[in-house]
Design a protein around this ligand. Sequence first.
Ligand code: SAM
Length: 261
Amino acid sequence: LSEDPNVARILLLRDREEREQSGLFYIQGVRFVNQAVETRAAIETVVVCPPLLQSPLGQILARRLKRAGTPCLKVAPDIFRQLSFAHDYQGIGAVVRQQWTPLSRARAAKGLCWVALRSVQAPGNFGTILRTCEAVGAAGLLLIGSAVDPYDPATVRASMGSVFGRRFVRTDFYRIRRWVRRHNGTVVGTSAHGGVDYDTVRYRSPVILLMGNERKGLTESELDLCDVVARIPMVGRTDSLNLGVATSLMLYEVFRQRRRR
Ligand code: SAM
């Protein structure tokens, strides 16, 4: 670890436990810092490496944050590279506060619908889900249990910044069931072996799309939550679609129906 305690603190944020205890995460690159600023994310510290910061937008962002009173940590190129997890050496990064919504404050009928899931193995899939959620105006993600960390560096990168502005709710089976009932919501489970074609379901708000894990699909307790289990038809020998693709298709069907109405 670096001798500079501020740098050491950022390096520690690669560790999930540390992220959870501090409620912070680290981002790097002009695109990500720009999105954090645009979505008014709570930026705790901006990290700047002047010799590497060539992008005019990056320079504007660094000046703007400094002027707004955001603490600025200036580091040398070797330290900036050490902080980087994806060979992204644009000379700007930021420590940002995570945003969580308690289930009690999540409005079931908000946005297009909610996406609920218990576990995702590939950060790329979760990133894809976040990007599509942003594209269609989904309300946010109901994360059942503790398996998914939306602020994992690989997930944040895969989301291309869509992690900002998404609502994340951590919950469990018992609470989600109560919440769905209270708000008269419909849980649409998804499986290649589902009982109905996804484009024959009427997606009346509030809708919760429940997606399964890449390897195991929906578990018994997840299936138990569902009012209906929809299948996206497939021909050929593949037994299922990729999770990111299936979630995107489902979200776009809900989006298509709402737009038509
Ligand atoms: N072996 C798993 C199974 O038997 O369900 C495959 C899981 S699949 C890779 C990951 C998730 O994507 C599934 O749990 C489901 O939520 C969704 N999914 C994949 N293909 C689908 C399809 N054809 N129709 C509906 N949902 C699908």
